[in-house]
Design a protein around this ligand. Structure first.
Ligand code: TYD
Length: 137
């Protein structure tokens, strides 16, 4: 799927003197039913996560706290997104190579996912990912 299908989604926010509130409803604010939630935290400085693509999984990535960069690659072009707002999510469609780096101290990366964890859904090898896209490696 092309990189242009991946996009930043603004989440609804209720502003309040007592603090702000954002919410996400599966199928409404994200274009899939949410089957799984996972999060990265206690990430040491300089660490990189990701380094894989998914065959079918759709995801929404949110910086719940702090900031980090998500680099998306559809085999043709790459784009770097800096996430630092808990009311913004980055929608990642299937067949996109994804890396995450530049984590700030204490950051939390939450991912809403369209399917349960399934190792068979991963491409963990970049050449294998390109080959599946029909690209010469
Ligand atoms: P991985 O997806 O490679 O993490 P990252 O993209 O952050 O580098 O997963 C790391 C490990 O955690 C791997 O052994 C699989 C396991 N895991 C689960 O058991 N369930 C999950 O929902 C996820 C995302 C990972």
């Amino acid at each position: 799927m092309p990189l242009s299908d991946c996009k930043l989604i603004q989440l609804p926010t209720v502003h309040d003197r007592r603090g702000n509130l954002s919410f996400i409803e599966g199928g409404r604010h994200v274009p899939f039913a949410i089957e799984r939630v996972y999060y990265l935290y206690d990430v040491p400085g300089g660490a990189e996560r990701g380094g894989h693509a998914h065959k079918a999984l759709q995801q929404l990535i949110i910086a719940m706290s702090g900031s980090f960069d998500v680099i998306l690659d559809d085999g043709m072009e790459k784009q770097r997104f800096h996430l630092n707002r808990s009311y913004q999510g980055l929608y990642v469609c299937p067949m996109i190579w994804r890396e995450i780096d530049n984590f700030s101290s204490g950051s939390v990366c939450m991912v809403l996912a369209s399917n349960l964890y399934d190792e068979k859904d991963y491409f963990r090898d970049y050449e294998g990912f390109l080959a599946a896209l029909g690209k010469n490696v």
